[in-house]
Write a protein that binds this ligand. Structure first.
Ligand SMILES: C[S@@+](CC[C@H](N)C(=O)[O-])C[C@H]1O[C@@H](n2cnc3c(N)ncnc32)[C@H](O)[C@@H]1O
Length: 225
């Protein structure tokens, strides 16, 4: 019985893909933006809220304005893998992405360890309803500038909210690497939904495909062949 309770308490670890580092051991510990985000938790407050409404709104707008059915694009490419970047305190962002697009799996990245643990514990609470959830949501304690755990062209739908914004510190090197990595892992015809960006990120993306939607609140990019 005691063993069962202890297993349940540790069950959140099943959601982790790869290592969980201490702040001092993290491979990205020398990135000045990481140090600043650690020192000033206010900078990583969850400003996006639950992602479901925003994702559904983007799907509706793209259908109406660009005449593209994003859900159909996912349905015709099975199994479909998603990617969620910098979920921070918004622990259910990866879950919302999984549900809205009915994906088989979502890989989610965040470099602040405490948010990885919070998200894993919150997902563990949902496991009673969805026993296979740890195979469908994989949490990576990592920087978005190194997505080497993800194969080229593996991702059908990516989501990033309030990460590429002037309020969140990011070095030019991390920005350039993250952009390169995102483009590498997106499938041809794969999409990226970005929220709360300054616009620089979307401008850079257009070299690699087209914008299906560009509004101050949310943008949708599709990767070209
Ligand atoms: C303002 S929060 C946004 C959280 C959530 N996406 C939302 O919209 O509410 C930005 C998050 O991005 C994370 N972040 C910033 N740069 C990152 C990087 N290079 N690698 C991984 N996570 C990063 C921060 O740690 C923080 O949790």
């Amino acid at each position: 019985m005691a063993e069962n309770i202890s297993e349940q308490r540790q069950g959140w670890r099943d959601f982790l893909e790869g290592e969980l580092y201490t702040d001092a051991q993290a491979p990205w510990r020398d990135d000045p933006a990481f140090a600043l985000l650690l020192q000033v938790p206010g900078l990583r407050e969850s400003i996006g809220g639950r992602a479901t409404a925003a994702l559904n709104q983007a799907i509706g707008l793209v259908r109406a304005l660009a005449r593209v059915d994003l859900l159909e694009g996912v349905r015709t490419h099975r199994p479909a893998q998603g990617l969620c970047l910098g979920f921070g305190m918004n622990a259910l962002e990866p879950y919302d992405l999984l549900q809205v697009f009915a994906l088989e799996r979502v890989d989610a990245y965040e470099w602040i360890g405490e948010h990885i643990v919070e998200a894993a514990q919150m997902l563990q609470a949902l496991r009673a309803e969805a026993a296979l959830l740890p195979t469908r949501i994989r949490l990576h304690h990592g920087t978005i500038s190194d997505l080497s755990a993800i194969a080229d062209g593996a991702i059908r739908v990516a989501y990033v909210a309030n990460v590429f914004t002037p309020e969140i510190p990011m070095t030019a090197e991390t920005f350039a690497r993250a952009l390169r990595e995102i483009v590498r892992v997106l499938a041809v015809g794969g999409i990226l939904l970005s929220r709360g960006s300054s616009g620089t990120f979307e401008t850079e993306l257009t070299q690699y495909g087209r914008m299906l939607l560009q509004t101050p609140l949310i943008s949708v990019f599709e990767k070209a062949p």
